[in-house]
Design a protein around this ligand. Structure first.
Ligand SMILES: Cc1cc2nc3c(=O)[nH]c(=O)nc-3n(C[C@H](O)[C@H](O)[C@H](O)COP(=O)(O)OP(=O)(O)OC[C@H]3O[C@@H](n4cnc5c(N)ncnc54)[C@H](O)[C@@H]3O)c2cc1C
Length: 317
């Protein structure tokens, strides 16, 4: 099995989706190659090697998605990869779609698992809010192209050596190659990184107003956690989009997820249901969030959350 993993440079390292996919792809055996777009800093390349990439095909950050796809398509002809794994990043998805069109091969997106059995590649997707798993097998021949969801696999280094790095040749794609990204910025957020935090305290519409997020932030601060939110409150302008957990927000897998005044709509659940322990506070005992909660507190958030804060302070947190 020859597997390619798409990687982009992020904060001086390789994208987390690439490290997750490399970790998974190690279990397939065979050649493991990272297609890395960006500065190609030593830490990023070493990280790719440490997660199993023996070879890195490098492209600089100023190459357009159209040109990256063309370069990968040309390399596919000579290198004949069996499987190409992308993450959910903007560039990942842009390139995956273009590569699919160039090669005439389908893309299976939103994968939560990828399995290889001999020459056959299958991906698993969760549908209907994660209540049903669908396994699909590629039948169009190599390469199978898939886009995997964040945190579908853990990222675990195996101590691999620094990879062999070569520059991927970029063919002329005419005006499609003229597109340049002028600037990009990361939305600022305070406190621990929501996607990496061991504890997430999230608020929903049941809080009743933007100012009530102060107590959510205080509770999160006491337990060293990050603040999350539902789309309903993001749409209401109570907190920025960077806080949103769910289908169209972030996917989190903390040890503890505390849902305060959140109904548990399917689109929210897909972003947090794999948390180790889910605690829900809701005044409606029939709220769907209790269907996934390990511990449920039927009560008013305006009473329960301040009581929790008091108790944590009393215990010196
Ligand atoms: C295409 C699409 C994508 C979406 N993507 C996302 C997404 O990424 N993330 C997301 O979260 N949603 C998403 N949604 C929206 C989703 O369907 C829900 O509308 C949203 O999650 C509801 O947010 P909520 O739980 O805060 O609000 P509500 O559904 O209004 O629930 C509020 C809850 O608070 C409880 N409550 C009220 N007062 C109190 C109180 N005083 N004390 C305790 N409990 C109280 C109520 O009983 C209720 O259960 C998406 C929807 C669509 C159509």
């Amino acid at each position: 099995m020859k597997t390619w993993v798409f990687s982009t440079e992020a904060d001086g390292g390789a994208s987390s989706s690439a490290l997750e996919a490399l970790t998974k792809a190690r279990s397939f055996g065979g050649d493991l190659v990272a297609i890395h777009v960006g500065a190609g800093s030593e830490p990023a390349l070493n990280e790719l090697g440490a997660h199993g990439a023996a070879t890195v095909l490098h492209l600089s950050a100023d190459v357009s998605a159209a040109a990256i796809a063309a370069a990968m398509a040309a390399a596919c002809e000579t290198e004949q990869p069996d499987l190409i794994i992308f993450g959910m990043g903007n560039l990942d998805r842009d390139v995956a779609g273009r590569l699919s069109a160039r090669l005439g091969k389908p893309v299976l997106a939103n994968a939560v698992d990828v399995t290889v059995d001999g020459d056959s590649v299958r991906v698993a997707n969760e549908i209907l809010g994660g209540t049903t798993k669908v396994v699909t097998q590629f039948t169009e021949g190599a390469p199978a192209i898939t886009i995997t969801r964040p945190k579908a696999f853990p990222a675990e280094p195996n101590g691999g050596d620094a990879p062999t790095v070569s520059t991927l040749h970029v063919p002329d794609v005419g005006h499609a190659g003229d597109v340049v990204v002028l600037s990009s910025h990361a939305e600022s957020a305070e406190g621990p990184d929501l996607e990496a935090a061991a504890v997430v305290v999230s608020g929903g519409r049941g809080l009743g107003g933007a100012e009530k997020f102060e107590m959510i932030a205080e509770l999160a601060g006491l337990v060293g956690g990050a603040v999350g939110a539902t789309r309903a409150v993001v749409d209401a302008g109570w907190v920025p989009y960077s806080y949103q957990v769910g289908q169209t927000g972030k996917t989190v897998k903390p040890s503890v997820y505390l849902a305060c005044g959140i109904s548990g709509a399917m689109q929210h659940l897909v972003g947090m249901k794999d948390s180790t322990t889910i605690i829900a506070i809701n005044k409606d005992p029939e709220a769907p969030i209790f269907g996934v909660a390990d511990l449920g507190i039927v009560g008013d958030v305006h009473n329960v959350v301040p009581a929790l804060i008091e108790a944590l302070k009393a215990h010196g947190s």
